[in-house]
Design a protein around this ligand. Structure first.
Ligand code: UD1
Length: 359
């Protein structure tokens, strides 16, 4: 039997571990996979717990890059990934999503003339002040092949002249979620331990720089949400926690908000499944909310996941809107719920890779 070709998957941040799981499982049927973890996320509950719960193979390399300024973080990754890729000499490199780890991985690979594949391509917020938007556009335009999660993403790629190297595969998080929903029942003691009843709480996440890096903005958002009709449970991202942690008075004054640590993947799915409504500024959670049929209110002025808004299941909200509390309370999606993220996505992606990269 001929030796399997080697494909290197590069990840670094929480949402990428979730996407890696079904991809890796399918890829390993045909290829030798090497996982590089940049170390962009490094806290136990932002990284290690995800690998354990999702049963993702241990990364072969962890670059321990950690947190610093964006340019420095991306540059440090680039230098270390380049060295590693020279050593590994893979037959292809795969990057996921839109983080600094994505652009660093893609740039290192293409400069070494290694075929570079981007999973979750074509998303656009058209807001250049988001670091993720720069990462997406740049990664799409330097990669050799692009997998688009939605028709809208595919249309963006066509518009930018990238159609010939793109395939509408659907969204790989569909596979991640379908594996996790059933398994999340192991977390059934969670609500009781927090003192919440199923269907009677809002689930909140916030980590986007525009919402959290300015303490006044963050306090404005939390002050509004504190007035909601059910408790708000808030697994707090380290970035957001860093902003709030020196202000205990602010935290205490939000008596309708329950601050908890960042949750593991299965715990977070469980919290979503039992929530009344979801409030977020995360891209991945807008998708998960849609697939799980939960009403979602996105605290941002635009979204890359436009289909979730067009179908009426997601609504964009501005933190400074004096009507924010009423908008959230009154939001009620329609009964129609079309499939927008596809199915058997990991299989489609790996089949296409097989048609491009074989021995
Ligand atoms: C990153 C991604 C974002 C993704 C998000 C998911 C970029 C530009 N952004 O944002 O697209 O949606 O991950 O969570 O790549 N920190 C810790 N421990 C950790 C990780 C981070 O304490 O394990 C703190 C550090 O203080 C750091 C801050 O969080 O400065 C931000 O982390 P970083 O990875 O730079 O960006 P995120 O906001 O997590």
């Amino acid at each position: 039997m001929s030796k399997k070709l080697t494909i290197c998957s590069i990840v670094g941040a929480r949402p990428q571990f979730v996407k890696l799981q079904p991809f890796s499982k399918q890829l390993r049927k045909y290829y030798h996979e090497i996982i590089i973890h940049t170390g962009q996320h490094y806290d136990k509950n932002m990284s290690e717990t995800f690998f354990q719960e999702l049963a993702i193979p241990e990364p072969d390399y962890n670059l321990n890059i950690g947190s610093t300024m964006h340019g420095q973080q991306t540059g440090n990754m680039l230098a270390k990934i380049e060295q590693l890729l020279i050593k590994i000499n893979p037959d292809a490199v795969v990057v996921f999503g839109d983080t600094n780890s994505t652009i660093a991985g893609a740039l290192a690979a293409v400069k070494l003339h290694i075929p570079t594949i981007h999973v979750e391509a074509g998303l656009r917020s058209f807001n250049r002040s988001m670091p993720e938007e720069i990462n997406r556009v740049a990664t799409d335009h330097i990669s050799d092949f692009l997998f688009a999660p939605t028709e809208e993403a595919m249309a963006n790629l066509k518009q930018e002249g990238l159609e010939k190297i793109s395939l509408l595969s659907g969204d790989i998080m569909v596979n991640s979620l379908s594996n996790a929903v059933e398994r999340s029942s192991v977390k059934k003691g969670l609500l009781k331990s927090i003192g919440l009843a199923s269907g009677k709480y809002y689930l909140l996440t916030l980590h986007r720089p525009q919402n959290v890096d300015n303490q006044d903005n963050l306090v404005l958002i939390l002050s509004q949400l504190n007035k909601l009709d059910f408790p708000v449970i808030f697994p707090i991202h380290p970035r957001t926690n860093n902003i709030l942690k020196n202000d205990h008075t602010a935290r205490k004054s939000f008596d309708n908000i329950i601050f908890i640590e960042p949750q593991s993947y299965l715990s977070f799915i469980y919290l979503q499944l039992h929530s009344y409504k979801i409030l977020t500024d995360s891209g991945g959670i807008q998708k998960e909310a849609y697939i799980l049929r939960k009403p979602c209110l996105t605290i941002r002025s635009e979204t890359e996941w436009v289909e979730t808004v067009k179908t009426g299941w997601n609504r964009l909200c501005t933190p400074s809107d004096p009507q924010l509390v009423n908008i959230i309370k009154d939001f009620s999606p329609p009964t129609e719920h079309p499939e927008i993220f596809g199915s058997q996505v990991a299989e489609k992606i790996v089949n296409k890779i097989k048609s491009m990269i074989n021995g």
